[in-house]
Design a protein around this ligand. Structure first.
Ligand SMILES: Cc1cc2nc3c(=O)[nH]c(=O)nc-3n(C[C@H](O)[C@H](O)[C@H](O)COP(=O)(O)O)c2cc1C
Ligand code: SF4
Ligand code: FES
Length: 585
């Protein structure tokens, strides 16, 4: 490739070393070199706090990628910067759950202490910036600090630690899982040491993998079909059908991809599973790889989840050492390994084909379908991709059998479901209930007062009213109130919440996160936000509410992917059910 390097820009010694270590890592595998682009950019960012033109040139040379393309990828991600920036960054969530729990006062405190958002502090050492949901809604208001250097450091912070500005991070003080009875997927959380393979084994771990090898790949798929398991990542697609399709594809290799990008505002369930039960996630990934005939697995973890990534990485190493990953696992003849990749701040990279592009070193833009991932997914090969919660269900399905699993739940919604409960509740956290439990029963466990509205399914979901609380939480049940289960978000708002302000935040989220590839979403998300701002300010023209509905319809009908298709759903549900702005439009 004729590289056209940036004139006069050379990488420093430390940039070169960081980039070379990422590129030369024997653990990174894939066809060609382009797939190492994002890890290389992340290495430069973590070393010096930004990606300099010299670093871009060095990466371009090492990977044979034109600097313009490396720059195009670097600028796609919110956590990467191609402008000089201090080495300490504090990301403060100002998204919907955190807004109702003091995010704005935290931002005001940081502003007073460090100066305006996005600018270096007076001593030039740090910078703070607002962020969409950081996936820590149960401990809102949430923050994340990143410190660049020879030993880069990242941690989620409690507000007290943020305010005392980069003091030692204090661990969360409340229970992640407030519920004590009826736990299946969450039974080890807070009870079994997540860093110990021995403790995992002692609690029953690896029994499902052995069972899988006894059943054979087709037997595993048969049990998963019988379980009627459907995906928990938002689209509710039957897992067994997806796996059958991948397993019968003749092209090789096959890949299994774990979607751990969890960026839907209000969602933190996969983070809890990865942080607190990482060996279960790796065991389930290995079983999924076995059932789909995959040679290799990738776990793509959201960039804002440092502890989840660390725990998974550690679990992968321990499993390799113990013969649970690698060649001829447990003497079964099956060889499989998992590589961890990290996102860098882009909601759209949770969409499966955008995620493949991100791993391949391209901008994280969704692909047109067909072809579907089961035929041509990662690196153009047959790929099964599943959400973290989806596959952790395998550890329930295999020991007792698919039929037993299917007997829990209601109708076509089988098994239990994790719900991320946040906002105006007394006991925020992760709950696990059988499908079919009512929303009221779930909220009673979490404790609410003066409830005004509940957001179900996340920013891409819909609002429900207190009169609709008896809806059963099943895929079909919530449809009756115009909602979706989505990624399991249950965010409560009491009568002090400013719904208009929340709608503006949701609209800003979609405008910001649209990848811009297709017109209905690129333009529609901007127009939606503008119309809502006029409505909120009382400067709208007659018929403006109708215009919001028309924009929503256009985005639903004509957008390429689910982001544009759902960008108006929460907004429209609130306008309809709560008559927000009804006096203005
Ligand atoms: C904008 C957008 C974001 C998404 N984000 C995620 C995500 O963070 N995690 C996830 O598992 N699925 C996400 N999905 C759904 C994936 O495309 C895909 O359906 C899912 O990973 C399949 O796994 P499942 O069948 O186990 O749910 C997203 C979809 C869209 C359109
Ligand atoms: S709908 Fe939005 S996010 Fe999806 S491809 Fe189109 S512009 Fe990108
Ligand atoms: S962490 Fe702030 S809304 Fe989720």
């Amino acid at each position: 490739v004729d590289l056209h390097l940036i004139p006069g820009a050379a990488a420093s010694e430390e940039e070169r070393r960081a980039i070379d270590a990422a590129v030369d890592s024997p653990e990174r595998r894939g066809p060609g070199r382009r797939h190492m682009l994002l890890p290389a950019l992340q290495a430069a960012q973590a070393r010096v706090g930004w990606i300099s033109p010299g670093a871009i040139n060095h990466i371009a040379r090492r990977l044979d990628v034109p600097p313009a393309e490396a720059y195009g990828v670097a600028t796609f991600y919110a956590m990467l910067s191609v402008e000089p920036r201090p080495g300490r960054i504090v990301h403060v969530c100002d998204d919907i759950a955190c807004r109702t729990r003091g995010a704005e006062s935290l931002c005001a405190a940081l502003s007073a202490r460090l100066g305006p958002e996005g600018r270096p502090s007076k001593d030039g050492r740090c910078l703070w910036m607002r962020s969409p949901c950081l996936g820590q809604c149960e401990r809102a208001p949430a923050a994340l600090v990143q410190v660049a250097g020879s030993e880069p450091f990242e941690a989620s912070l409690a507000p007290a630690a943020v305010e005392s500005m980069l003091g030692a991070p204090s661990p969360p003080s409340h229970a992640l899982v407030p519920q004590t009875d009826g736990l299946r997927l969450l039974r080890r959380v807070g009870r079994v040491d997540p860093t110990s393979l021995e403790a995992y084994r002692a609690s029953g771990g690896t029994a499902s993998l052995r069972r899988a090898f006894a059943l054979g790949p087709e037997g595993v798929v048969r049990e998963v079909v019988a379980s009627k398991l459907v995906g928990r990542g938002g689209a509710a697609f039957p897992t067994g059908r997806k796996w059958e399709a991948v397993a019968r594809e003749p092209a090789r290799p096959h890949y299994f991809v774990l979607n751990a990008d969890e960026s839907e505002p209000g969602t933190f369930k996969d983070r809890v599973l990865m942080e607190e039960d990482p060996f279960a996630v790796i065991e389930a990934t290995t079983i999924a790889g076995y059932a789909t005939g995959s040679e290799r697995g990738y776990a793509y973890v959201r960039g804002e989840y440092p502890l989840a990534a660390e725990r998974l990485e550690q679990a992968i190493r321990r499993c390799r050492d113990a013969g649970l990953l690698g060649d001829d696992i447990l003497g079964s003849g099956f060889s499989f390994d998992v590589e961890l990749r990290r996102g860098a701040g882009a909601y759209i990279c949770g969409e499966e084909t955008a995620l493949f592009n991100s791993i391949e070193g391209l901008r994280g833009e969704p692909r047109q379908k067909p072809p579907f991932p089961v035929q041509a997914g990662l690196f153009g090969k047959p790929t099964a991709i599943n959400n973290v919660e989806t596959i952790v269900n395998l550890l329930e399905i295999l020991p007792a059998g698919g039929a037993a699993f299917a007997s829990v739940g209601s109708g076509t919604s089988t098994g239990t479901k994790l719900f991320c409960v946040s906002g105006a509740v007394r006991r925020p956290g992760l709950y696990e209930v059988p499908f079919g439990t009512t929303l009221r029963a779930l909220l009673d466990q979490a404790g609410t007062d003066r409830l005004r509205a509940v957001l179900l399914g996340g920013a891409a979901g819909a609002f429900v009213t207190p009169a609709e609380l008896d809806v059963p939480l099943t895929f079909e049940g919530v449809r009756a109130v115009g909602a979706t289960i989505g990624s399991g978000v249950v965010m409560a708002f009491d009568d002090r919440a400013d719904l208009g302000d929340l709608l503006l935040r949701i609209a800003a989220f979609f405008r910001d996160e649209s990848c811009g590839q297709c017109v209905p979403c690129r333009v529609g998300t901007v127009r939606q936000e503008e119309a809502l701002r006029r409505l909120a300010a009382g400067t709208s023209s007659p018929g403006e509410l109708g215009l919001v509905g028309e924009i929503g319809q256009a985005m639903r009908d004509a957008s390429i992917c689910g982001l544009g298709q759902t960008a108006s759903s929460a907004v429209e549900s609130a306008l309809r059910k709560f008559r927000v702005f009804a006096n203005h439009g």
